[in-house]
Design a protein around this ligand. Structure first.
Ligand code: MEV
Length: 441
């Protein structure tokens, strides 16, 4: 059993692994061997990965796949996707091809405003605080000049600082609510540095403000941090085509397909239990591209789900409608992404993913990511309202089991055909493979 450990971070990587194996691995040699199998032979590359986080003991691989044939605003893309779930890349590729033949995806960035807040407690007269804020606002802006100089040169920077009275929500709670334009950077470091500076200046200025009583001078900054909720950093993507071109399923007419599709999305909009799964399918596409391009998928997830609940109920992120004879399917989501800074400058596979995407700026990447989400959603809903999703999943499930059983290429071909019309269970596949191998001698 594990015991508390002191000074763990100071141990070398080898020492950490030894500690781990002594405390946790039944078969120490095997455990250590697995960890080391995933080390990169290129020591410099391994060191790069070691230094991304703390206490690194190995690398955790995710497959990087590509989905070609994405026509977005008349430009053809191959989209890199890092994801562990089978069928996602295949579904994206199929949806891409389907829409490529119908004019492709159209996407537009609606706004690019990022947000950060200084959260503070002030117990004095609210009117005096408002006066104080008006007086110090120019000082707050000028205090950031050195920090924002580079960003301003390129057309970004801090775009607004407002005092927000939140005392209705929480006693004595106020904010400096700040807005930023961070161009091709996700901007987390930039925003947080600005906010911490603003917090300092706020307190210094309060201390020196002669209209404040001693108590009022004592503004308590609780924290200064960017918000991952960016409803004004938003992108929209859509596909549309005449209903007659939705010749998708032999058992449904194009018109029934369109109506059923619209109904399925309406259900996700009306029913949170379905909405969560519906949006999860969208996130299959979004997260995979966000990860492949070295962006922060937790930030993206948190922000998007908050947006899905913006009217108080968790709803579908996508919308499907029939207008006259046209089928229109769209998505609108907040996305704070970067194509410079952070991992984008460090991780060789991220750099390669950005090269595959023809070096997008943040706005291009927002469009690509939204399209990947929409494509994934189209593929999932299409399967759900026609064949059901298990057919495709079972094929991949079968391949996973065959891989576990170390099946040869011939065996894979044989069993893919054998299980075509059968239910795939681990037991049945194992049994069938054993019998087949016994027969083959
Ligand atoms: C599975 O990863 C995603 C789906 O469940 C999404 C959906 O139900 O729309 C297929």
């Amino acid at each position: 059993m594990s015991k508390p450990v002191k000074g763990f971070s100071k141990l070398s990587k080898e020492e950490k692994i030894t500690w781990l194996s002594e405390h946790y691995f039944a078969d120490k040699e095997k455990g250590v061997d697995i960890l080391k199998k995933y080390w990169n032979r290129d020591e410099r590359l391994q060191q790069l990965h070691d230094e991304f986080i703390e206490n690194t003991i190995s690398n955790y691989y995710l497959p990087l796949g590509i989905a070609p044939n994405f026509l977005i605003n008349n430009k053809l893309y191959t989209i890199p996707m890092a994801i562990e779930e089978s069928s996602v890349v295949a579904a994206a590729s199929r949806a891409a091809k389907f829409w490529m033949d119908r004019g492709g995806f159209h996407a537009e960035v609606i706004a690019t405003e990022k947000i950060g807040q200084v959260h503070f407690i002030y117990t004095g007269d609210p009117q005096k605080l408002r006066q104080f804020f008006i007086r110090i606002k120019p000082t707050l802006f000028s205090s950031l000049e050195d920090l924002t100089a580079n960003m301003r040169k390129r057309g970004g920077g801090i775009t607004g600082i407002e005092l927000v009275d939140k005392t209705q929500a929480l006693e004595h709670y106020y904010q400096l609510h700040c807005t930023f334009e961070t161009l091709d950077a996700m901007g987390a470091n930039f925003i947080n540095s600005c906010l911490e500076r603003l917090a300092e200046v706020l307190q210094e200025e309060a201390d020196a403000y002669s209209d404040f009583s001693d108590d009022e001078k004592d503004i308590q900054v609780v924290m200064s941090i960017l918000s991952n909720y960016v409803p004004n950093c938003r992108v929209r993507a859509e596909v549309r085509c005449p209903i007659s071109e939705l010749n998708e399923d032999p058992e449904l007419t194009p018109s029934s397909f369109a109506k059923k599709f619209v109904q399925a999305v309406a259900i996700a909009n009306a029913e949170p239990f379905r909405a969560v799964t519906h949006n999860k399918g969208i996130m299959n596409g979004i997260d995979a591209v966000v990860l492949a391009t070295g962006n922060d998928f937790r930030a993206v997830e948190a922000g998007i789900h908050a947006y899905a609940s913006r009217d108080g109920q968790y709803r579908s992120l996508s919308k499907a409608e029939i207008k006259e004879d046209e089928f229109i399917f769209s998505i609108e989501i907040p996305l704070a992404l970067g194509t410079v800074g952070g991992l984008t400058n460090l991780h060789p596979l991220v750099k390669l993913s950005l090269e595959i995407l023809d070096y997008p700026g943040a706005k291009d990447l927002m469009q690509i990511v939204a399209v990947a989400g929409l494509a994934q959603n189209f593929a999932a809903v299409r399967s759900l309202i026609t064949t059901g999703i298990q057919k495709g999943h079972m094929k991949m499930h079968l391949l996973n089991i065959l891989n576990q059983l170390e099946a040869s290429k011939e065996e894979k071909t044989h069993f893919t055909s054998y299980f075509k019309d059968k239910v795939v269970t681990h037991r049945d596949v194992t049994r069938a493979v054993e019998e087949y191998r016994a027969q083959q001698g």
